[in-house]
Design a protein around this ligand. Structure first.
Ligand SMILES: Cc1cc2nc3c(=O)[nH]c(=O)nc-3n(C[C@H](O)[C@H](O)[C@H](O)COP(=O)(O)O)c2cc1C
Length: 222
C-alpha cells in the first residue's frame, strides 16, 4: 500500500476535466434539461469535456437489470467522470424520482471499480414556484452517501419556466450568474482534486478489512 504522501505526489493530469451532467425529468419540455444543456455550454467554454446522460429508458431500480444498456451507459459515464453536476426538479419538496433513480443505479463500489467515490460534485435544482432549497439539500446528502466532494456553492432557479428563451438558452439574470459561479467553482476544485482521488478515498477501516482477508487467504493456503 502507498503512503498518503506517495499518493499525493502523483503528477498533474493535463486532459480537459471530465464532467458528467445528470438531470431529473422525462418531460419533453424540461427545465432541468435546459439547465443541464446550459451547464454543458458553460463548462465547455471553460475547457471541460462534458457528457449529458439522458434518463429516458433507464429501468426503475430493481437490483437486477445490471446488464440493461441504459444502466451500463450510466455506470460507464460515472466511472469516466472526474466531476458531476446534479440537477433535480423540486417535486413535493423533494428530489424527483427520475433523478434519485439514476443515483440508485450507480454502485458505491463494484470490486475495484468505484464510479462515484472521490468525484467533485455541484448540486442545482429548478423550482416551479418561489426559490426553495429542499432538493439541493437532499442532493448534498446523496453526494455524501456516494462519497463525493460537494462544492459549497449551489444553484436554485426559482420559477424556472421564466428563465429560458425560445432557443432554450438561459436568459441573463442573477440566477444565470449564480449558475456560472457554481460551474467555475466546480471546474477549479476538479482541477485541484482529480489527481488526488486515491489519497482521498483510502479508508483505514477498509484497508484493515483487506489485510484481514489477505491473512485469512494465506492461512487457508488458497
Ligand atoms: C407533482 C409535482 C410536484 C411539484 N412540487 C414542487 C415543489 O415542491 N416545489 C417547487 O418549487 N416546484 C414543484 N413542482 C414544479 C416543478 O419543480 C417544475 O415544474 C419543474 O420545472 C419540473 O422539472 P422539469 O421542467 O425538468 O420537468 C412540482 C411539479 C409537480 C408535477
Amino acid at each position: 500500500m502507498h503512503s498518503v504522501l506517495e499518493q499525493l505526489e502523483r503528477p498533474a493530469s493535463n486532459h480537459p476535466p471530465r464532467v458528467l451532467v445528470l438531470y431529473g425529468s422525462l418531460r419533453d419540455v424540461s427545465f432541468s434539461r435546459k439547465l443541464a444543456l446550459e451547464c454543458e455550454r458553460v463548462l465547455t467554454t471553460f475547457g471541460a469535456e462534458v457528457r449529458l446522460y439522458d434518463p429516458h429508458g433507464l429501468p426503475v431500480f430493481d437490483r437486477s437489470s445490471n446488464d440493461h444498456p441504459k444502466v451500463v451507459e450510466l455506470r460507464e459515464l460515472s466511472q469516466w467522470s472526474e466531476a458531476h453536476v446534479w440537477i433535480s426538479p423540486e417535486q413535493h419538496g423533494s428530489v424527483a424520482a427520475a433523478f434519485k433513480n439514476q443515483i440508485d443505479w450507480i454502485p458505491l463500489s463494484d470490486g475495484a471499480v468505484r464510479p462515484s467515490q472521490g468525484r467533485v460534485l455541484a448540486v442545482m435544482q429548478v423550482c416551479g414556484g418561489s426559490q426553495s432549497f429542499n432538493a439541493v439539500n437532499q442532493l448534498r446528502i446523496l453526494g455524501r452517501w456516494m462519497r463525493m466532494f460537494t462544492i459549497p456553492n449551489q444553484s436554485s432557479v426559482a420559477k424556472a419556466w421564466q428563465e429560458f428563451d425560445d432557443d432554450g438558452r438561459m436568459k441573463p439574470s442573477a440566477f444565470r450568474d449564480r449558475v456560472v459561479d457554481v460551474l467555475e467553482e466546480l471546474f477549479r476544485v476538479t482541477l485541484l482534486l482529480r489527481d488526488r482521488v486515491p489519497a482521498l478515498s483510502t479508508r483505514y477501516s477498509e484497508q484493515k478489512q483487506l489485510r484481514v482477508q489477505g491473512a485469512l487467504t494465506k492461512g487457508l493456503g488458497v
